[in-house]
Design a protein around this ligand. Structure first.
Ligand code: 13P
Ligand code: SF4
Length: 645
């Protein structure tokens, strides 16, 4: 087992373990705050006064520590009823209710500060971690923490890092060997230092810190090789050279002075992980507060659903509500049609409704608008819901790459069929339409790639490198015949000429979070478990999985499996949670230990849907999605080529 998976499973705290670690801290914190009692609340509220309160995010961020907050309320009074409205690992916007708390006013208010202190601190760490994780999501580099944690809070800090999508480094001095310069000096060199620790602790993984390329060469000369080498405070150029010298023989960790601004250039050197002390020593607390709510403050979801049903009854078949499978449960329940991106595109194309309300992300609504007939309108409850992956390719950047292909081949159109994943802007679909290319979704990518290769000798695939690579391999193209485009330094003409499929360096920040170590860990823990993943996951994960397919494929596989089947699923968390509830006769779990939610998909709430629908009922159109006529014309051609296959 590799060092990464070792240290990860070493820190793999489930909720029970988290609460065990939190218990003494809660005792301490409650005691320091309560002292002899909350004198103010005792003076103001009678013992019988009950209160209903909401814990609300005041800023956007990633939530971590909900179970700890709940434990604080329960510790202060078992009469407090705590209902979580979000899960740890979920990205929330300002104003999101994280939990509801009911109970005796004195107890609720006495627990408030302590519960929030834990929740704010842990959510701050998870949020900062997520910024770094997202910054490097188009690379294979993982983000790691360090031992620079609040004394006594290590388990909580490291749990929060995992909820942010990061990976834990060693938990302490006991679970891994890290040889630093002072150890090397005392032992008389790298080789003797390693020999000594190997003799003393033969089963522990070994990491060696190096400060320059000479030391790196010495560490690489050790046999058998160490488990990881830490590049301490090297410049980006030195790290690039270190990656080239190491040539994949030993995983490399970059450390020292890593800022959010530098993370991507460090990751692009090809290092395997970046460890960042700031994740835990400098994370600002997420702004979260508790508000005492009156009954009218927040309409229950049930009322919102009733209001939606009323608008649907009023509008009849003038209105259709489409929702992607990654939408929130309450939104999915209100939809007329739920599907994956291909099914939704088809449904939009065949709908006669005057108003198509699209609960999904922007490119999906844009696709519906392109396929809409004159007089039809596509509206989104939240038009700012974009897609991380779609945003990794702009028309300008793709045009620049295409011009380079023109230079190398004379005429890129004669050589390449451009294929864009549906997760892309309309302008890129139009780019394909104008050049004889087409669109694909995760359901039909293989068929599309074969069709594209029948048409011309090569394919230029964007924006998702993983879907493109996984699909190319399934169609029988060798890995060496694919080429990852580099936006900053386009590949030379010899390498480009050798490529059959050129891949844009984009990725989905949700599916990127599943890693090969997750597959190995889940197989080790659950005998006979089947691993089922989306093709937006990286090749190494897809190769280890039992099955790969689109959202629809994943749903169908679980639906048709016999009771008792065990699944570890590598796709968006809301869909996996729904499958878990729908199939209690099977064991369905997420492939990752921290749930990867698509933030953008979660932006559509029932409140926003009600607002849009009630405006529509009043004759007011909000958030219409339109595409400029020429772009729409060419994009439609690319989409129709796909739909005709
Ligand atoms: P599907 O094509 O499987 O619906 O996927 C869309 C998507 O955005 C996946 O992340
Ligand atoms: Fe985009 Fe990824 Fe979200 Fe799908 S899961 S909509 S690809 S960000």
């Amino acid at each position: 087992m590799s060092l990464l998976s070792y240290s990860e499973s070493g820190a793999n705290l489930d909720i029970e373990a988290l609460l065990r670690a939190a218990e003494p801290l809660i005792e301490l914190a409650v005691a320091e705050d309560m002292g002899a009692g909350d004198v103010t609340s005792q003076a103001i509220f009678s013992a019988e006064t009950q209160v209903h309160a909401h814990i609300v995010a005041k800023a956007p961020g990633v939530v971590a520590g909900i179970p700890v907050a709940e434990a604080v309320f329960r510790r202060v009074s078992p009469a407090i009823h705590f209902v979580a409205r979000v899960e740890d690992g979920e990205e929330v916007t300002a104003g999101t209710i994280l939990a509801e708390v009911n109970g005796p006013a004195r107890a609720v208010l006495a627990a408030e500060r302590t519960a929030l202190n834990f929740l704010q601190r842990m959510s701050g760490v998870a949020t900062l971690t997520r910024y770094f994780v997202d910054a490097v999501a188009c690379t294979k580099t993982v983000i790691m923490d360090t031992r620079k944690t609040i004394p006594g809070h290590r388990a909580l800090d490291k749990y929060a890092v995992r909820m942010g999508g990061g990976v834990n480094h060693r938990m302490g001095l006991y679970d891994m060997i890290l040889i630093k310069d002072n150890h090397v000096e005392a032992a008389g060199g790298v080789q003797p230092a390693i020999e000594r620790v190997r003799a003393a602790c033969p089963y522990l993984p070994i990491e060696v810190e190096v400060r320059n390329l000479d030391e790196l060469r010495q560490a690489l000369a050790v046999t058998p090789p160490v488990d990881r080498i830490l590049l301490d405070n090297m410049s980006v150029e030195e790290m690039r050279q270190a990656v080239s010298i190491t040539a994949g023989r030993v995983p490399l960790e970059a450390s020292g002075g890593v800022t959010l601004g530098r993370a991507i250039e460090i990751a692009e050197t090809g290092v395997d992980c970046i460890s960042i002390g700031a994740l835990t020593h400098s994370a600002a607390a997420l702004d979260i507060s508790m508000e005492v709510a009156d009954a009218q403050h927040q309409l229950p979801q049930q009322d919102l659903a009733t209001r939606i049903a009323a608008v649907k009854a009023l509008m009849g078949n003038r209105l259709v509500i489409l929702a992607h499978h990654y939408q929130r449960d309450e939104v999915v329940t209100c939809a007329d049609f739920v599907g994956d991106s291909l099914e939704l595109a088809r449904q939009a194309a065949r709908s006669d409704a005057e108003f198509i309300v699209f609960c999904g992300v922007h490119f999906m609504a844009e696709t519906a608008a392109i396929l809409a007939r004159p007089g039809q309108h596509v509206l989104m409850p939240d038009p700012s819901a974009g897609c991380y992956l779609a945003n990794t390719a702009t028309l300008e950047a793709v045009q620049t790459a295409w011009r380079r292909l023109d230079e190398i081949f004379g005429d890129a159109v004669a050589e390449f069929t451009p294929v864009t994943y549906v997760n892309s802007a309309a302008a890129l679909k139009a780019f394909c339409g104008q050049r004889g290319g087409l669109v694909c979704t995760s359901s039909n990518a293989e068929r599309v790639m074969r069709a594209a290769l029948e048409q011309r000798p090569r394919v230029f695939f964007f924006p998702d490198q993983h879907l493109g690579r996984n699909t190319a391999l399934r169609t029988g193209i060798a890995l060496e015949d694919t080429l990852l485009w580099n936006k900053h330094q386009p590949p030379d003409s010899e390498a480009t000429r050798k490529a059959k499929v050129i891949l844009w360096p984009g990725a989905c920040n949700v599916h990127q979070r599943f890693r090969p170590q997750d597959v190995l860990a889940v197989r080790e823990q659950f005998l006979g478990i089947r691993v089922l993943v989306h093709p937006e996951c990286q090749r190494e994960v897809v190769e280890l999985a039992d099955d790969v397919g689109s959202t629809r494929h994943i749903i169908e596989r679980v639906q048709s499996a016999s009771p008792g089947t065990q699944w570890a699923i590598g796709t968006e968390a809301r869909l996996v949670r729904r499958l878990q509830h729908r199939h209690p006769e099977q064991r369905v779990m997420l492939l990752a230990s921290a749930p990867p939610f698509c933030r953008m998909m979660g932006q559509t709430t029932l409140e926003k849907l009600v607002c849009l629908l009630e405006a529509l009922a009043r004759g007011e159109m909000l958030n219409e999605i339109t595409v400029e006529a020429e772009t729409s014309y060419w994009a439609r051609i690319a989409l129709e080529r796909m739909l005709a296959l």
